[in-house]
Every structure is written in C-alpha cells, then in structure tokens.
Design a protein around this ligand. Structure first.
Ligand SMILES: Nc1ncnc2c1ncn2[C@@H]1O[C@H](COP(=O)(O)OP(=O)(O)O)[C@@H](O)[C@H]1O
Ligand SMILES: [Mg+2]
Length: 431
C-alpha cells in the first residue's frame, strides 16, 4: 500500500475517534464540556508525541547503547524502521571491518612492499614488507611525507620527474629494490617495492661464472696458440725444444679438458632434481679405489693411510666418488713431499663421517669460508701447477648438499688441513 496512506489513515482514524468522543461529551454535557474534552484529548496527544520526540532525540545521542522504545501509533513504525536501519548499519560495519582485516592480513603476507599515500605523498598505510624494504614504520610514520622518510637521491629524482610508468631500481639498505608508484583513485598513490637482491645476486654469479670460465679457458689456449705459431714460423726448431713445447701443449690441453669436465659435472649436479637417487654405496670398494688413485697421484711422495670403521650408506656412487676423490686429491696436491695423509670412514654419535687429514701447506682462516665458491683458489699459480681447476670443492659442496651432508674445514697454515663430511643418520644403511 501507499506509505503515505499507511501513515495518514491511522492518524485520521485516531483524530476522528477523539472528535467523536468530544462530540459525544458535547451532546450529553453541553458544548463547553465537549470543547474541554476535545482540548484535553488534544493536549494528551501532543504530550505523547512530545514524549516520543524526546525519547527519539535521547536515542539519537547514543544510538549504539540505548534500546529504542516500542512506540505507539505511527511511532511504532518509525521506531521499528530506525531499529532496522541501525541493525543493517551494524552488520555493514562488521562486514566492512572483517573485509578490511582480511585485506590487511593478505597485504601483510605479501613478499612485495605496498605503501598507500595521498596525492601529496603523505603516508597513509604500509605493509610489513614495505616497512622492511624502505625502513618505514606504519604507526610511527603515518602522515609523514615519504620523501622525508626515504631520503635517497634517486628516489627523490624519480618523484620530481614523475615518470611513474617506469619502475625505478634502487639500492637501499643493502638491498636492490625495484620501486614503482602507481596513481589510483583520484587522490591516492600506491608505492610498490620488490626485493631483487637475490635475483641480482644469481645474475651476478652467472656473469662471474661465465667471465671466470672464459678467462680460465683463454689462458691454456693462449699458450697452445703461442707454441703452434712458433712451430709454424720456425719449422727447423731443435727436436728437444719441439718435444718440450709439445709436452707443454699437452699439459695445457689436459687442463682445458679437466676444466670442461668439471664445468659439465657442476652443471649436471645443478640440473638434476633433488634429492639423488638412493642406491647402496659399498664404502669399502669406493674408498679402496680412491686410495689407489691417490697413491698413483702421489707417486710415492706421501705416506697415505686409510681406516674404514663404519656402515655403508645410501646415495649416488658416482657423485660420492667424485666428491671424496676431490678431497683426497686436494690433500695429495697441497701436501709437500714426505707429508702424510689419513683417510677415515667412521661411525660417530651424530652419524657416519668421512675425513681426510693432511699435514700439508694448510689454509689461513680468511680463505676457509670461500673455498667452496667456484674458481676460488688460495694460490692461483699453485693450483694451476697441480692441475687444479678451482671447481673441485664447489662440486664437493653440491654433491654433499644433495646427500644431506655437511662439510667442515679445519686448517692451519703450515700445519695442515682436515676436511670432514658428516652424513645425516637417515642416509645410513642398516648393517
Ligand atoms: N687439503 C688442502 N690443503 C690446502 N689447501 C687446500 C686443500 N684443499 C683445497 N685447498 C685450497 O682450496 C682451493 C680450492 O680447492 P678446489 O676447489 O679443489 O680447487 P683446485 O682445483 O684448485 O684444487 C685450492 O685452490 C686450495 O687453495
Ligand atoms: Mg681440487
């Protein structure tokens, strides 16, 4: 029905009821009494309305806390509609704050930083990643201008130029950040930050690796080319000189071959899925082979001993052979004539361990942490002299990573070194 009718019909009914009552009184007790009765009815009506108005105004002061009266006449409908409005409003508010909480939680889990600013770059809100990347504090810095908070000349230039369609790469607080400002709504802007430190590091490692590998390959190539040029320009060179040149060329060729093989091994190790296929590794056979190789490499110049007192393990035979023989051949190559080398396979409380101990040239402390980096060598010329590629320990590190094993290096210059590999207990096979 028409809402106007709905309101006015009861009002009219009530008024006519009063008029009839006044008319009845007037009919029986005379017109004065009738008028008086009508007046009293009117006054009662006005007082009732004023009372509800008073209640309504009281409720409007504290709509949250106070309960609405039930009302009378048209007021019943007004109050019930107000009550419904308030309930809807409460529900909307609860929905909104729940949604906001969910939005904030999602934002706080983002690995990328998000900061919301107004049109003149005053900070309104930022997530924890933005706090970390930009050194902000959401509660402390709210309402401050971001150019006062992020005092970086490149960032300030970016703001001044206002070319926000391009991201900016920023070095900030020891990190490489990719930063972009995105205007949204009419009067707001979002500052998005992405931490590119790790990808930058990997990219740099890749560049370094290529540069190092090219450099390592160029040196023997230069030597070989030099001798070939001599052979071409001086065909009647003395036979013994020629032989010595050939010997040097073969050495350099071998060096290149070792290098390429080690690079291929490293690439293979990196590209195969983790973890390795587990096969039974017969430690006795494996170490016996490695011992024979070490003796051949030493050519009787060292005293080499071996002790095997532990169970076999699960892993890749080929990879473990490559790792162990790298450690053993290093011991032989970095131990002067007359030195001794002890190879051991032992069961300890923490698990089974492989160790190679030598009393060779040793390594000073500042180098130890970097030894497993590719192409890292303490003494380049010595490593080359002994046919080293600088990749051996990088291969060891990769193999051990794939076998849940760790490498510890203890060493003292002039005294010698011990390289120890510890395997996690679950690698062990039951004897
Ligand atoms: N047993 C050792 N005694 C002394 N120095 C060692 C020993 N093992 C490794 N090093 C040092 O660590 C460097 C890196 O070893 P590695 O990665 O195997 O490369 P390389 O091909 O030069 O042997 C070596 O160049 C050497 O300086
Ligand atoms: Mg080596």
């Amino acid at each position: 029905m028409n809402p106007q009718l709905l309101f006015w019909v009861p009002v009219a009914l009530r008024l006519s009821l009063f008029l009839i009552a006044a008319a009845v009184v007037g009919y029986f007790f005379g017109p004065v009494a009738g008028l008086a009765a009508g007046l009293i009815c009117l006054i009662v009506l006005i007082v009732v309305q004023l009372n509800y108005l008073f209640l309504l105004s009281g409720w409007l002061d504290h709509p949250e806390s106070e309960k609405l009266p039930d009302g009378w006449g048209a007021w019943t409908d007004i109050f019930s509609r107000l009550y419904k409005l308030r309930r809807d409003d409460e529900r909307n508010r609860a929905d909104l704050s729940e949604w906001l909480a969910r939005f904030r939680q999602a934002m706080s889990l983002l690995p990328d930083g998000v900061a919301i600013m107004d049109d003149v770059l005053f900070l309104e809100w930022c997530n924890p990643a933005a706090e970390k990347h930009l050194g902000l504090n959401n509660s402390r810095d709210k309402g401050m201008r971001v150019t006062n908070l992020i005092r970086n000349p490149d960032f300030i230039d970016y703001i001044i130029l206002g070319r926000y369609d391009q991201p900016l790469t920023l070095s900030l607080r020891d990190r490489k950040l990719i930063v972009q400002i995105i205007p949204f709504e009419n009067r707001r802007q979002i500052l998005v930050t992405h931490d590119a430190t790790e990808s930058e590091r990997i990219e740099m490692m890749r560049r370094d690796f290529i540069a190092n590998a090219s450099h390592e390959l160029r040196t023997p190539l230069t030597v070989i080319n030099g001798f070939l040029e001599i052979a071409q320009s001086q065909p009647d060179l003395d036979q013994s000189v020629r032989m010595s040149h050939l010997k040097l060329m073969i050495e350099q060729g071998e060096r290149m071959q070792n290098l390429v093989e080690d690079m291929l091994t490293l690439t293979r190790l990196e590209s195969i899925d983790y973890p390795v296929r587990a096969e039974h590794v017969n430690i006795h056979n494996l170490l016996e082979q490695i011992l024979q190789e070490a003796k051949a490499l030493s050519g009787g110049r060292h005293k080499i001993s071996m002790l095997i007192d532990g169970p076999d393990i699960q892993g890749s035979n080929d990879e473990l052979r490559s790792a162990f023989s790298n450690l053993v051949s290093n011991a032989v190559r970095y131990t002067p004539e007359g030195g001794s080398i002890e190879i051991a396979w032992k069961q300890t409380e923490a698990g089974v361990q492989f160790s190679v101990k030598d009393n060779g040239i040793g390594i000073s402390a500042e180098h130890i942490a970097r030894l497993t980096e590719r192409f890292y060598r303490v003494d380049k010329s010595r490593s080359r002299e002994t046919q080293g590629t600088g990749l051996g320990l990088a291969i060891v590190k990769h193999v051990l990573l794939r076998h849940d094993a760790g490498l510890t290096i203890e060493s003292e210059p002039e005294k010698g070194s011990t390289f120890t590999v510890r395997f996690a207990a679950h690698r062990q096979t039951l004897a």
